[in-house]
Design a protein around this ligand. Structure first.
Ligand SMILES: [Zn+2]
Length: 307
């Protein structure tokens, strides 16, 4: 069975200004790399649908969803926080981004594809139930997780988040939900300054000091993520796939290399094979240095698609 690749042209129209690092070129860099490496031809491509309010309301408050609809400008930019803004196309991009993860969840759970990668923006893991922040409007991965629980009646789902930033939104949404485990590695202390003291049985937060390299990252996954996942035995795995911990990405100060992204994806596939009937849905989060972003996302997709 193929790996699904889900995106939408609307995700290219969301633009927060010409100097904003979370830019449309990020998706172009990924798609170009998938084309030149021949990977794209092996994938099953889908256009992302718009998420419905009902789907979003599983993870966001109705007031928050309405406030985002109301904030959508007819022209120009409107700021939601210090580094998150909407242009006239952002609302649809955000609805497509969440819709992509929901479609991916259906495709994987209906057995139509082996697994899925969503090339989407805006990203999602900082968005809380009632707050946009850190370039994120809706929590895309959370919407997929909630869909798997509500629509497909799964009992245990894990989110694995290797973005350089802590997935505070995913944690806030699922902290008190016994059906969801979150494993996160992140630079600390660093934006959004959450997570370091928040480890519980299901919230597996692994702060890494600035300068940490791939060997330190891999050991953290081996020591903290894998035993927790062996205990929890998730029926499906969602991945918040951020590539901003790469050494060439100056958004942060971790020093992962291209091969670390292939490695972590192989680990995730190993867990999914053991407990989750190979079911993996991955969604793009961060990654701002365009060349390493393209290469590392391709390494991730290559490992997802491998037999
Ligand atoms: Zn990030």
């Amino acid at each position: 069975m193929p790996t699904a690749y889900i995106s939408h042209p609307d995700c290219l129209k969301h633009n927060m200004g010409s100097f904003h690092p979370e830019c449309p070129q990020r998706l172009i860099a990924i798609e170009n790399e998938l084309k030149t490496t021949g990977l794209l031809a092996q994938l099953q491509c889908y256009e992302a649908p718009l998420a419905t309010d009902e789907q979003l309301a599983r993870v966001h408050t109705p007031d928050y969803i309405e406030s985002i609809r109301q904030a959508s400008p007819a022209a120009g930019l409107v700021a939601l926080d210090a580094d998150t803004a909407m242009n006239p196309f952002s609302l649809n991009a955000a609805l497509r981004a969440a819709g992509a993860v929901i479609l991916a969840t259906d495709l994987v759970l209906n057995g139509q594809v082996k697994n899925a990668f969503c090339a989407i923006r805006p990203p999602g893991h900082h968005a809380e139930s009632d707050r946009a922040m850190g370039f994120c409007l809706f929590n895309n991965i959370a919407a997929g997780v909630a869909h798997a629980l509500a629509q497909h009646h799964l009992q245990r789902v894990a989110i694995l988040d290797f973005d350089v930033h802590h997935g505070n939104g995913s944690e806030e949404i699922f902290r008190n939900n016994p059906q969801v485990m979150l494993c996160s590695t992140f630079q600390h202390p660093f934006y959004p300054y959450s997570g370091a003291n928040g480890t519980t049985e299901r919230m597996i937060n692994v702060p890494l000091p600035r300068g940490s390299n791939g060997a330190i990252f891999r050991q953290a996954v081996i020591d903290h993520w894998l035993p927790a996942l062996d205990r929890f035995q998730p029926e499906m795995i969602f991945v918040s796939a951020g590539f901003d911990a790469h050494k060439d990405d100056d958004m942060a100060q971790l020093n992962l290399e291209d091969s670390d992204y292939g490695w972590i994806t192989q680990q995730i596939r190993g867990i999914a094979a053991k407990y989750s009937q190979d079911r993996i849905v991955s969604a793009l989060e961060g990654g701002y240095e365009l060349e390493s972003l393209g290469r590392c996302a391709a390494a991730h997709v290559r490992a997802l698609a491998a037999d």
